[in-house]
Ligand binder design. Sequence first.
Ligand SMILES: Nc1ncnc2c1ncn2[C@@H]1O[C@H](COP(=O)(O)OP(=O)(O)OP(=O)(O)O)[C@@H](O)[C@H]1O
Length: 358
Amino acid sequence: MQEADVREILSGIEDPDLGTDIVSENLVTNIDVDGDTVTVELALEAVGSPTEESIRASVREALEAEGATVTIETASDDGDDGGLGVENIGPDTESSTEPLPGVSNVIAVASGKGGVGKSTISVNLAAGLADRGAEVAIFDADMYGPNVPRMLGVEGAPKATSDEKIVPPEAHGMGVMSIGLMLGEDDPVIWRGAMVHNTLTQLVDDVEWGDLDYLVIDLPPGTGDTQLTLLQSIPITGSVIVTTPQEVALEDARRGLQMFAEHETPVLGIVENMSTFVCPDCGSEHDIFGSGGGERFAEEKDMPFLGAIPLDPAIRSGGDEGAPIVMAEDGETVQAFQDMVSTTADMVGILNRQKHSQ
Ligand SMILES: Nc1ncnc2c1ncn2[C@@H]1O[C@H](COP(=O)(O)OP(=O)(O)OP(=O)(O)O)[C@@H](O)[C@H]1O
């Protein structure tokens, strides 16, 4: 088999989302043929995305059908975009700077309104991605309610390296950094506000994140200065907007969306949290905050809907005990979170592949 034959075979494989073949899309970044052994490098970066898994599987299948022994490498395999000689991929191509070296994707989780479950979604999204083998860290930028350490069972102050970088503590295989780990519990809220401008950007820069597939950032609720500072200072791949089905929360989500639009930050989609409550005693369904509002909102705004998470006391207890429910064995709530993780990773993949094909 020659390189040209491999290219020919691969040009018969279609990207299920973009509708183009993976060769014209520039997804195939290198082909190496040694007798019957073929090594293909693909510019796939969204670890945990079922669609990207299926593209890998199609490549393998197509080449194996021609009798080749196949190795597939992706940009994320060595945690280092440069390692494959792949240039100009990933979310940072347009900005040309890479403020967070070694970080492939930055997902910001936002909400217009407090208390809608933004931290819960951030923690379960991050843990779900890590569970699929991705290198993940989570940054809790919510200085008014820094819940992430508790939700992941992290205590104590982070350590520092000799060159004064902060090493985030680990939980469930993820690095966890939080303003909450730097602040005393009794520090006044007004002081927290004053810290924002000075420290937030620096804090992200000063942390030794290592090579990451995903950095998940739990933004403070609302659409104010803090959020803007973060959006301006970090190359965000895309944001996840969390809302409840309730009308007031949707109104705030609209404002959140406006903020992202003004800063030209792509939105990955909308998550509806605290959707239907299934009574554990009688099994009947109750729409305590309404239902379907998030999905309708996503439709109205022509945004992807990333999933509906039920109102389930097990989510709260998992959060209180430092054990994100997405990692539990089974059940409808776990499945709802798993689906949200899949759809979000798929959306990250689409954004990256779109950029790559341009
Ligand atoms: N789907 C759910 N079912 C049951 N409890 C939930 C659900 N989502 C979140 N909670 C609980 O609601 C509370 C608030 O959630 P969380 O802290 O994630 O919200 P938040 O939007 O990040 O809040 P804040 O605005 O304070 O940052 C927590 O106790 C959490 O465990």
